[in-house]
Design a protein around this ligand. Structure first.
Ligand code: M3P
Ligand code: FE
Length: 310
């Protein structure tokens, strides 16, 4: 399979209350690399093995949560294709000129049925991963990989009322596959939907919530369970508020830790999970197994995990 169309969540903009305490959390503690200085009310970060200029944007605000997220798509022509397909689907598509977002080509923007603002772009300038493209070697210079040793931004989980409409849109317009779903065992209501357009168990997921435009977490990929434990050591050392200490999801089979940034936004560091292909069957969990689906080491569902969103 060649991956074409939407490649990955290439950018997430998270709202934070205070820029300096957020810089301490995301820059010093998590160890993301700050790559661009422009507006003093924003910080731009990337993980160690990302080539594009930035993937996480923090924006100062008096409200926490997600401002927008953006998928990177394979080619510039995809933007015209998705513009037409989204318009036919009934969404209003806005056009954003190149350069409005730093180092970025043109974008399209629209509102999902769940209320979230989504963008698509094809071009972003590269800053590299600290290694040359010819004879790159295997690790960058010492000091480049810091803190929790994040490799890259991996996925986001968003909350809303209309997650079945999002599911339909991602399947029909973006040609994504439902990798896993969590349903109510009583009435089969879809409670969470995991979607992939790649070899990962999910690129994005949606969880049913009483209100729209909610943010559950942004997730960063680590290399190993050793690095996950190292992240846990740092979280303890610096007394970062923890939601869930090391465990393994049943859904996606990733090993995970959840913690909160100083504005109450949930962060995840994770490693592992299975390889997904377009012919991999959809897996369904029901709420008789809610504990195992969410946290399979102790099979205990957590109320905070299911109900605390920004
Ligand atoms: C993840 C993940 C739920 C599971 C979430 C799983 C909401 O975030 O990274 O695998 O049940
Ligand atoms: Fe996750």
């Amino acid at each position: 399979m060649a991956i074409r169309g939407l490649l990955r969540v290439g950018e997430v903009c998270v709202r934070v209350f205070d820029i300096e305490e957020s810089r301490r959390h995301y820059g010093e503690r998590i160890g993301l690399i700050e790559t661009y200085q422009g507006d003093p009310d924003k910080i731009y970060y990337k993980g160690s093995d990302e080539h594009d200029w930035y993937s996480l944007v923090l924006k100062k605000s008096d409200k926490s949560g997600v401002e927008y997220f953006a998928f990177k798509t394979h080619s510039d022509a995809d933007l015209d294709h998705f513009d037409r397909a989204l318009t036919e689907y009934g969404l209003v598509v806005e056009h954003i000129e190149p350069g409005v977002y730093p180092k970025s080509g043109r974008r399209i923007q629209f509102k999902l049925p769940s209320g979230h603002i989504m963008q698509i772009y094809a071009e972003k300038e590269r800053i590299g991963n600290g290694m040359p493209l010819r004879n790159p070697g295997t690790i960058p210079d010492e000091g480049y990989i810091r803190g929790m040793r994040v490799i890259r931004l991996d996925h986001i989980l968003l909350g809303g009322t209309d997650i079945v409409a999002n599911r339909d849109l991602f399947k029909s317009v973006f040609d994504m596959t439902v990798s896993e779903e969590l349903i109510s065992h009583e009435d089969e209501t879809r409670l969470a939907v995991f979607l992939t357009g790649s070899n990962k168990p999910h690129d994005i997921a949606f969880v049913l919530q009483p209100t729209g435009s909610r943010f559950h977490h942004v997730s960063f990929l680590l290399e190993s369970v050793n690095d996950l434990f190292h992240a846990g050591d740092l979280i303890g050392k610096y007394e970062i508020p923890v939601d869930i200490s090391p465990n393994r999801h049943g859904v996606t089979r990733g090993a995970t830790i959840y913690f909160f940034d100083p504005s109450g936004n949930r962060n995840e560091v994770f490693t592992g999970g299975y390889v997904h292909y377009p012919d991999t069957p959809t897996l369904t969990w029901d709420t008789t197994q809610l504990g195992k689906a969410t946290f399979s080491h102790d099979n205990l569902p957590r109320d905070s995990f299911l109900n605390v969103l920004t």
